[in-house]
Design a protein around this ligand. Structure first.
Ligand code: CAA
Length: 255
């Protein structure tokens, strides 16, 4: 059963996350479906820009905690579940995120993998991984640092507290904030504006701008993944995720 809805409007391809019962949590299957569809749109001549969106409550509430809570460093290292995210960085066409509601953990990382982000006034951007005893593992430490710098990134990720769309805009993490009822319309307008430019130039500009960043994202992401997998060697990871499913506050011991 698919967890995304796919459509096109003129020359814009649209991927809508469709797992409302789990706040669009990004199970491995969902991420696989998103990546495959991005690649399909990238190959399709009639599509010139791509939008990723969620629903009113959540763009996406992060990686699926239920799915990973019993993982070990070894199971993660062997399956390398976040490696598939690297394929998003290879998409040539412009990708725009339309964010309403929660963009947390992997959800924020998915938005940051997009080239532009349009957010609703009620959107919340955050990395709550630290409250689970772990850390971002799908590019968050790399992408946010490259977008807004080290100091703001460390505070955002260490404290784990989500920030409003307005704060995210002031930090330079996103492109624009609009009223909730205008998010889809504004994102589509922006997508059409980009899609109507010369496609080869748009593609080459994306490649050149990405090249401007020092460490190749793929290298930084490899280190980040290794560290994420290592957090599964701790009791705090087990406690953090157990506490989430039991809907209580975690008690961390530093082991
Ligand atoms: N994984 C699995 N299930 C999730 C989920 C997640 N990340 N986020 C939400 N859900 C589920 C909830 O368990 C709940 O299911 P039930 O109805 O079966 O209990 C359902 O979605 C609705 O969520 P809530 O009842 O919690 O709704 P809420 O409005 O009270 O809160 C929320 C919404 C603030 C998003 C809250 O659900 C939440 O904090 N979610 C977890 C966010 C999080 O920690 N994300 C990081 C995950 S780790 C990660 O992403 C690593 C990485 O780098 C890739």
């Amino acid at each position: 059963m698919s967890n995304i809805k796919v459509s096109t409007e003129d020359n814009v391809g649209i991927i809508q996350l469709d797992r409302p019962e789990a706040a669009n949590a990004l199970s491995r299957q969902v991420v696989g479906e998103i990546v495959e569809q991005l690649e399909a749109f990238d190959q399709k001549d009639s599509v010139r820009a791509i939008i990723i969106k969620g629903n009113k409550k959540a763009f996406a509430a992060g990686a699926d905690i239920d799915e990973m809570m019993d993982d070990s460093p070894l199971s993660l290292e062997l399956a390398d579940p976040f490696a598939v995210w690297d394929r998003i960085t290879l998409i040539n066409k412009p990708i725009i995120a339309a964010v309403s509601g929660f963009a947390l953990g992997g959800g924020f990382e998915l938005a940051l993998h997009c080239d532009l982000i349009v957010a609703s006034e009620d959107a919340k951007f955050g990395f709550p991984e630290i409250t689970l005893g772990v850390m971002p593992g799908a590019g968050g430490t790399q992408l946010l640092t490259k977008a807004i710098g080290k100091a703001k990134t460390l505070e955002w990720i260490w404290l784990g507290k989500p920030r409003s769309a307005q704060e995210a805009l002031e930090h330079g993490a996103i492109n624009r904030v609009v009223a909730p009822e205008l998010v889809e319309e504004e994102t589509m307008r922006l997508a059409h504006q980009v899609a109507d430019q010369a496609p080869v130039a748009v593609r080459l500009i994306k490649e050149a701008v990405n090249e401007a960043v020092d460490t190749p994202l793929i290298e930084g992401s490899k280190l980040e993944r290794k560290n994420f997998y290592l957090t599964f060697a701790t009791e705090d990871q087990k406690e953090g995720m157990q506490a989430f499913t039991e809907k209580r506050k975690p008690s961390f011991k530093g082991e």
